[in-house]
Ligand binder design. Sequence first.
Ligand SMILES: *[C@@H]1O[C@H](CO)[C@@H](O)[C@H](O)[C@H]1NC(C)=O
Ligand SMILES: *[C@@H]1O[C@H](CO)[C@@H](O)[C@H](O)[C@H]1NC(C)=O
Length: 163
Amino acid sequence: MHFAIYTLQSLALFHVATTGSFVADGYWDIALGYVSEEVVKGRRTLVTVQFGHNDMKIAEPESMGANLTIMVQELRALGAEPVLVTSLTRRSFNDDGTVADTLGPWAEETIAVAEAEDVSYIDLHQASIDYVEAIGEDAAHRLNREEDDNTHLNINGSIVFGR
Ligand SMILES: *[C@@H]1O[C@H](CO)[C@@H](O)[C@H](O)[C@H]1NC(C)=O
Ligand SMILES: *[C@@H]1O[C@H](CO)[C@@H](O)[C@H](O)[C@H]1NC(C)=O
């Protein structure tokens, strides 16, 4: 049986979280509490971890990477299996129809941590860029929560990218 905790930043509760503030504000300890409860039941416990959108506003990628590394190690110490997820792309486009990416260095850092720590990762950043470039700017913006908000998702966007 699988049990996953989603720390996606599109969730309202965590919408301004960085790897630093998530720990400092107590959410990390709360998450670890849930994880421990599952592990002690003998369940294989997968935990997805995605950061970047707010980390990029305050520090270089390496700062997030150092914090992710600690998160991975703490999850493993509890007997859980971390799965790192690279940042969902923002839906801002260049004139030629390609995504105007800003999160690339944070996605690369996430993958570097996954490789260094030998944990699985999902490259949502690349997959979401490929997807929104394929459907085009107008269709991509129909996944916005607010018309001018190319970051947060409405219900359809949550279904598409959560899947
Ligand atoms: C990483 O965590 C440290 C505290 O351990 C914090 O000072 C730093 O701002 C965090 N980095 C990011 C990008 O949140
Ligand atoms: C979500 O998709 C459905 C089916 O295409 C559509 O009817 C609905 O209006 C969409 N909702 C939003 C908030 O865009």
